[in-house]
Design a protein. Structure first.
Length: 168
């Protein structure tokens, strides 16, 4: 066997090794990207409803809701690789009730020009994000609304308290 034959065999095996490593790396990158996309699309997690909470219409809700203040929400729109739009909403909650909140449920929505919801989501932030919110304290709340289309009218964003309960 001549020296040039050995070099050709070595070059072929190196080339095969490089191709195998490149394919393996591409598969790993695709899996990581898929997991990240899934994590981003699922958004913040929370219970569907806060059990035992004061709700709109109850006297306790109407009395204390005015002292659970949400700052004007901020929103960021983004386009995903899946082709849909996501809207990230953020606001600050201020507990001015004089009592410790042990449960807080907030609904975020994107509304059209008539004020009708295009997309909305309700999440429980206390106790899922933090165990409680003491009197005269604040916390940041974030949520992601996804699955909107470019053609959906998006005139405004809203966030509102839909349920709360106090520490006993």
């Amino acid at each position: 066997m001549a020296a040039s034959d050995r070099r050709l065999e070595g070059t072929e095996s190196n080339r095969t090794l490089i191709i195998v490593v490149a394919i393996a790396a591409a598969v790993v990158i695709a899996v990581v990207f898929g997991v990240l996309m899934w994590a981003v699309s699922s958004g913040p997690t929370g219970e569907a409803a806060l059990q035992g909470a004061f709700r709109p219409g109850s006297p306790e809700f109407e009395k204390d809701k005015q002292n659970i203040v949400l700052d004007t929400p901020e929103g960021w729109e983004g386009k995903r690789a899946l082709g849909d739009l996501t809207m990230s909403l953020k606001t600050t909650v201020r507990n001015l009730t004089g009592k410790t909140l042990s449960g807080l449920e907030i609904k975020g929505s994107v509304v059209d020009y008539e004020g009708k919801p295009v997309k909305e989501k309700t999440l429980v932030f206390i106790p899922t994000k933090q165990p409680e919110l003491a009197a005269n304290k604040t916390m940041q709340v974030n949520m992601m609304l996804d699955g909107m289309k470019d053609t959906d009218p998006r005139a405004n964003i809203k966030m509102e308290v839909t349920g709360f309960k106090f520490k006993n």
